[in-house]
Ligand binder design. Structure first.
Ligand code: CTP
Length: 483
């Protein structure tokens, strides 16, 4: 009976709007905007106040004024949990075991000041309940395209439009396939078709499903459509005994990527420019199970790739083995050895700027057998090493398709500037970012860095900064140089 009355109130509200004079319609529009309600809700409350009908319940996320509505100045300011700069995120939870992490994602997004509205697919509800998602988001959870009450109240088109960003987490192989092919047979896929907001997906699936050509084809198509991706990461899967690439990115990583997409647009200093960046260590095989490596975390190169993409550049990141997620909007090519890295770099040319942040192994084992080296009668094996190609130097010496700015790093443990100057001359690059990587500096694997920019014109000393800030300083300096 209650539901019937509520529906009748909604229907009355719509009929009433249609019949109103234009000036009254305008007044109600202003009043509704001021109160952060839809016109239907406002009329419903007016009717209820007049004693005609009971007010239909307003879903909790509608009960407070929403931001970004055209609000006329209120006579008396009302306290509001929202702030004007609050980002509206629509989180679509797909049906995968990683759905449980999406509950934490709601919390992470809200901690960062976003308002979160949640849509769940049927399959998602097999893993987590709308009740749990609603308790965390503080609002109604939308599940059904054909739910007349929800559809009447807000509707899939408004869900698609009244948002600054859509995050799909977990994005299952099926949801990605639907998105890539333009299906619209449930609430989630219909919203994704109807939206004009940016979309960030966090794929999560079994490694076999992830590497399947059909999924990779769908991924390429989605990227071509401008969909941003975060992850998947490498590691153990929730299903026991499974490991590989397919784990959903961690909630914190997804929240950071979402907020980065929403934060006030970074000046597009490198719009239209192509950047090639190397990052991370290389692994040089000794035998099929052992390798030579170094302590590089890849953080500095990844931060540069992120900053360059945020500045509008078209970025290819050639990365050695690291434990970091692909930065959103960056074309990442993963390699293992120095020779693979060189091949990937040459493949990615031409570029306007090339930045070599990788800690490439200087040597590799001369001959690696096909079998694991066994302990035995022949005693301790002797490894014979040969020098790896110098990727920075190879690119800087090119006569054809040489990037107009070739930038290297110099990782030094002593005489930092002196060695950096020598490298600049020997490798024929344009700039060297010299840093102290001695154990005391904490640079290797840490989050901070002190850079001395060595160019043919002299040395610029940058203050100690986070690796992120180094990345932004470098991007701004590059933009000054080439634009
Ligand atoms: N580099 C490269 N290929 C290599 C070695 C280094 O592209 N085989 C690049 C690095 O990415 C970095 C720069 O060269 O931009 C300097 O690297 P660094 O390790 O400081 O110097 P090396 O040339 O390896 O010399 P050394 O180890 O003797 O200091």
């Amino acid at each position: 009976m209650k539901a019937l009355l509520a529906n009748t109130a909604k229907a009355m509200a719509t009929l009433t709007i249609r019949n109103l004079r234009d000036d009254l319609k305008k007044q109600i529009q202003v009043r509704a905007a001021r109160n952060g309600r839809s016109m239907e809700e406002e009329i419903r409350l007016i009717l209820a106040g007049a004693g005609d009908l009971p007010a239909a319940p307003i879903p909790p996320d509608r009960a407070t004024p929403r931001q970004n509505m055209p609000v006329a100045a209120p006579e008396t300011p009302k306290p509001s949990p929202h702030n004007a700069a609050q980002h509206r995120i629509l989180l679509i939870i797909g049906g995968g075991i990683a759905a449980y992490k999406s509950l934490d994602l709601i919390r992470r997004l809200k901690e960062r000041g976003a308002s979160v509205r949640v849509v769940m697919t049927d399959a998602a509800q097999e893993f987590v309940t709308p009740l749990a998602a609603g308790a965390l988001s503080g609002g109604h959870v939308y599940t059904d395209l054909f739910d007349t009450v929800a559809e009447f109240d807000i509707g899939h088109i408004r869900l698609a439009r009244e948002t600054d960003l859509i995050v799909v987490a977990p994005a299952t192989a099926d949801l990605m396939a639907k998105m890539a092919n333009g299906h619209g047979d449930d609430l989630a896929s219909t919203i994704l078709l109807a939206t004009t907001a940016p979309v960030l997906i966090a794929p999560a699936m079994n490694p076999q499903m992830w590497s399947h050509p059909a999924t990779q084809r769908n991924l390429a198509r989605l990227r071509g459509d401008g969909i941003q991706t975060i992850g998947p990461n490498d590691g153990e899967m929730a299903e026991s005994g499974e490991a590989g690439t397919g784990r959903m990115a961690e909630p914190l990583e997804i929240a950071q990527a979402a907020l980065a997409l929403l934060s006030p647009a970074t000046p597009q200093l490198l719009k239209g420019k192509t950047l090639l960046i190397t990052a991370g260590p290389t692994h040089e095989p000794i035998d099929p199970v052992r390798y030579i490596a170094n302590r590089s975390s890849g953080k500095q190169g990844y931060a540069i790739a992120r900053a360059a993409a945020a500045a509008g550049a078209n970025v290819t990141l050639v990365s050695g083995p690291v434990d970091l997620s692909d930065p959103a909007g960056v074309n990442v090519v993963r390699v293992e050895s120095a020779r693979e890295m060189l091949a990937a770099v040459e493949q990615a040319l031409p570029a306007d700027v090339a930045i070599f942040a990788a800690a490439v192994a200087d040597w590799r084992v001369a001959s690696t057998g096909g079998q694991k080296i066994k302990k035995g009668a022949s005693g301790t094996p002797e490894l014979s090493l040969v020098e790896n190609p110098d990727i920075l130097s190879t690119v800087a010496h090119r006569t054809k398709a040489r990037p107009s700015l070739v930038i290297g790093f110099a990782a030094e443990t002593e005489k930092v500037i002196e060695h950096a100057k020598a490298k600049l001359a020997k490798k024929k690059c344009d700039w060297i970012l010299a840093n102290d990587v001695s154990e005391e500096s904490g640079v290797m694997g840490g989050d901070r860095n002190t850079i001395h920019l060595v160019t043919k014109a002299g040395v610029e000393d940058w203050p100690e900064q986070s690796k992120n800030d180094v990345a932004h300083t470098l991007i701004a300096r590059i933009a000054k140089e080439i634009t």
